[in-house]
Design a protein around this ligand. Sequence first.
Ligand code: SF4
Ligand code: SF4
Length: 382
Amino acid sequence: MVCPEYWQDGVDAAICEGIRLLGGIESIFGKEERILLKPNLLAKAEPDRAVTTHPTVFKAVGAYLREQGYEHLSYGDSPGNPLGGVARVAAGCGLKEPAEELEIPLGDFSQGQKVNFEQGQTEKEFIISKGILDCDGIVNICKMKTHQLERITGAAKNMFGAVYGVNKGAFHAKYTDADSFGAMIADLNNLVKARLHIMDGILAMEGNGPQSGTPVAMGLLLFSKDPIALDTVFCHLIGLNPELVPTNRYGQQYGVGTMDAEKIRVRTIQGDMTVEKVAKRYGKEDYDVYRGTEKATQIRLLKPIQSLLQKKPYILREKCIKCGICAESCPLEKKALEMSGYPKYAYKACIRCYCCQEMCPQKAIDVKVPLLARIMDRNWKI
Ligand code: SF4
Ligand code: SF4
């Protein structure tokens, strides 16, 4: 749905129309079910920074469900830094007010429970937040953003917030590369299946996402029952090969959804369109996203010069306030980031999970692609 701004009446109408095009809300959720609205609540940030789901979109979804007679609603997410507490983060992102107005209580994200997942390809059990386990169905209200590790954070990656608190850090320490991390996210999407995915792409984020990037007007709200198809359309809109996103590849491999553009039917109020046509009409080819293939880092013979080929985070001292959140966020037992005045990286130990960059509240951590890697990768563009 084209939706150029966060004007409540316009967003309300777009939410209503988007869900109608999917076949109507009653084809997705039963009236007696307990429905959780799962926004992106990565960290406390003003809505116009495009870090989190915008309150106007959240309110439109909540109000729509209320109007349609859905009584048992709750909302919540497990923020990147669990010490922040979901209530504080929700208030800081502007979601507390509409939630109170619509009498949508916050789910319980203060505790988690072990859930067995025998069919998991990566994990046989996950610690899932109680707020997720307490509901029957989920509306995943994700944000259109870039991500340093997975390139984009859309529908599939937003479900990482189902994992309880500090356990998210443990997964980063265990799945140390984009591929294995993406495979784990695909498994998680099979365990915790949101039935409706709505992507807030009215004001998206490009560049140094998911917290420190630049807001960019895309003027779109995307809807799908399939998170992989939704993320695939997002990729096409920004000129990124969907196969370069591990959550897409493993999502398709593990049966979460499809990334085959030929099989994706894009319904619009102007009628059905191909993914290609949608990308051409509504996309932004110069969207600032990492398009490098990183093939050079995978060549065994080049292992000795790996450090000259790998992307790496670095500190922008002029922005840093020495708060230490980056070092706290590092999931490694022996931190790869030391606070000695300004934070200092131990690049040999660093696994490039970018948790530090993700949680820096000052946009003081950027990521650079070494010159040699750029030369070796003709597709390089950021
Ligand atoms: S989190 Fe950001 S601002 Fe805080 S110390 Fe680290 S780099 Fe500096
Ligand atoms: S220093 Fe940053 S990128 Fe490196 S392992 Fe720690 S959190 Fe991850």
